[in-house]
Design a protein around this ligand. Sequence first.
Ligand code: TXA
Ligand code: MG
Length: 326
Amino acid sequence: MAELSVSEGARLIAAGELLAFPTETVYGLGADASSDSAVAKIFAAKGRPADHPLIVHVSDRQAALHFAAEIPDFAQRLIDAFWPGPLTIIVPRKAGVAAASAGGQDSIGLRCPSHPLARELLAECAKLGVHGISAPSANKFGKVSPTTAAHVKAEFGDAVPVLDGGACDVGIESTIIDCTRGKPVLLRPGVLTPSQLEAAMGLPLTDPVRAELAEAPAPRASGTLESHYAPAAPLRLMDAKALQTALDLLGSDGKNIAIYARSPLQPKSHQIILRRMPADALATAQQLFAVLREFDGHQVKLIWVETVPADVAWDGVRDRLQRAAA
Ligand code: TXA
Ligand code: MG
């Protein structure tokens, strides 16, 4: 099949169809944010509960204002510092727009992606009267997010056309900051560190647990469910010592096990799949989901992953691994 062009993709979106497209974080499963019937197709294809809100992708601040009732000062400072890029802001939603995408909530998640194909797609869509593209990660609900067009094909087959933009640079989903509660609340860590975010805003971040104790319950967010991003095989997190001990106990019998670790390990069995985790958090984020999918491809029965360093640079990767292990 000939490769889909950006303008063909934009026509699909404008016609109310689904299109998977690359962003710098992960591939998204997109539809016209303003069309409730198009957005319903996303929920159906993913098997995602209809009350879990989606992120609307926009080309710039102007397009964001089509959906936002208000952009608080500290949210504006985040936009100035990190758009286009891997940051989603939750802001009050303008009445009557993108209700299905928002899962019925009175807020809306907005993100301006930096991937060149995503930017071209948003520009082409704008020419056709589409103000924003709603897109969750292009995977079935609760599964590992896709970071290549082949991953999307593996999830949806030919049912969903895919714009191929190569492997995603960032590799884990955007940082999400709730800007509806008068102070910034970190809903999902990504590759932006708390100090980068706080420096841009000139304000401290609040973590969702503390915010919730203080006031109303947080909005629903699939990415904040305890179990999410799960590979098919059960995933366990262990430190290097526990990993080596487990390998020693297995001896030469070990099989159907895949390991992702920074520390050098010595399995006695040649049937154990061993992948070296990079020493760098950003490099690990970039390959994490592809590695988990590769392990599933080998149909292993267990995935063991070395716990990551306590440093804040690893917050995004640690968050995904803990949910994958839950
Ligand atoms: O990097 C990303 O953010 C990727 C790419 C495709 O842009 N998208 C992504 O979407 O991860 P998704 O749907 O898999 O995760 C979106 C998260 C969910 O946890 C969702 O519930 C939350 O954002 N979210 C969206 N709108 C929200 C809102 N109004 N209030 C609270 N949470 C919201
Ligand atoms: Mg997702």
